[in-house]
Design a protein around this ligand. Structure first.
Ligand code: PMP
Length: 362
């Protein structure tokens, strides 16, 4: 019963143990109030303090400039697939360009075409050798209202570390599966958004970081709960926000600050990913088919050379306390998600299991 469990789920994903323990301690009786945070009015002074601190901590962690609003919204990552065009295509310009590097950037485009003249541009390609590589940044339409991209494709395990150059065109980034895993220069973006359930907190919540000059470009028919300006004007409390998720996100931000912020987090994430990719690259039993220049630090897909062993691998890894290693159904194989909360011991345990399995079945 003392076996240590590690959860490699792509999302909802594991949260830091100290965060979960603190939430448990405070669950029924927050700050001696005799009530849970989730039972408090969002307009009461206790929750307002929780909300403000969470926002400030996020601003500190990402060094968010003052000319950006931080919005705590409903609807996860996909809600933002709709929010972005609805908030940016209000004027005469109905054009936007999407850089396509995988399933999630394609998903954003598929939603976007409902609202405007969208153009997709290939951003990655699978070569004849089966390796997925990034392509040079394409020429976007000079009059596009924005360019959208997804720096970390959760399903394929493809991460872009360089920010594409778009000149004066606002760059919109879906950071759902890489936000807070490393420092980023927020000033390079018009909008950053992320569903919370990987590196931030529980699902349902989405965070949008929006540059002030983009707050007055919305379509008149933008639904109120997706309206950035309205949300900003009401401090993300136009309607009742997902208060408990917001509180948990705040605990995660505090934890990140305590461990040393995003530079420290990046060092840890690099070390974890390097360990696993090195093991896979040196194995004749497992493989990963992403070019080393764009391998995701957060999501590591890998294949068994003999896929007939997949079901067995999953059953035995689960028994060994290593959960949720099944790859997304679109790509098959395995996927180990190594978000911020995954300690290096989890990666070491995974590698030890992979080695035992390869020795038994190889
Ligand atoms: N974007 C990315 C990169 C994702 O990984 C996901 C979910 N895995 C989404 C968007 C969709 O998020 P949600 O399910 O919160 O709508």
């Amino acid at each position: 019963m003392n076996q240590k469990i590690y959860n490699f789920c792509a999302g909802p994903a594991m949260l830091p143990v100290p965060v979960m323990e603190r939430a448990q301690r405070e669950f029924c009786n927050f700050q001696g109030l005799g009530a849970s945070v989730m039972e408090l009015s969002h307009r009461g002074k206790e929750f307002m303090a929780v909300a403000a601190k969470a926002e400030q901590d996020l601003r500190d962690l990402l060094a968010i400039p003052d000319n950006y609003k931080v919005l705590f919204m409903h609807g996860g990552g996909r809600g933002q697939f709709s929010a972005v065009p609805l908030n940016l295509l209000g004027g005469d310009n109905q054009k936007a360009d999407y850089l396509l590097t995988g399933v999630w950037s394609q998903g954003a485009l598929k939603e976007g075409v409902k609202f405007g003249d969208m153009q997709g541009h290939a951003g990655s390609v699978k070569g004849e050798d089966g390796i997925t590589r990034l392509l040079p940044t394409p020429a976007f339409r000079a009059d596009a209202a924005y360019v959208h991209y997804c720096p970390n494709e959760t399903i394929e395990g493809v991460e872009m570390f360089d920010i594409p150059e778009t000149g004066d065109i606002p760059l919109v980034a879906d950071l759902s599966s890489t936000i807070l895993s490393r420092p980023i220069d927020v000033s390079r973006f018009g909008i950053i958004y992320a569903g919370a359930q990987k590196n931030i907190g529980p699902s349902g919540l989405a965070i949008a970081i929006v540059r002030d000059d983009l707050l007055d470009k919305a379509r008149a028919d933008v639904p109120a709960v997706l309206d950035y300006r309205l949300t900003a004007e009401h401090d993300s409390m136009f309607n009742t926000p997902p208060t408990y998720a917001w509180y948990l996100a705040g605990l995660v931000f505090e934890w990140l600050k305590e461990i040393g912020g995003l530079a420290e987090m990046e060092a840890r994430n690099k070390a974890k990913a390097a360990l696993l990719y090195d093991y896979i690259d040196n194995s004749s039993f497992y493989s990963n088919s992403v070019d080393s220049a764009c391998r995701s630090r957060m999501n590591v897909p890998f294949q068994l050379k003999n896929p007939e062993l997949d079901a067995r691998f999953l059953a035995e890894s689960k028994e060994a306390g290593l959960l949720a290693l099944k790859g997304h159904k679109l790509v098959g194989g395995m996927r180990a998600s190594l978000y911020n909360a995954m300690p290096i011991e989890g990666v070491q345990a995974l590698i030890a299991f992979m080695e035992r399995f390869a020795n038994t079945h190889g």
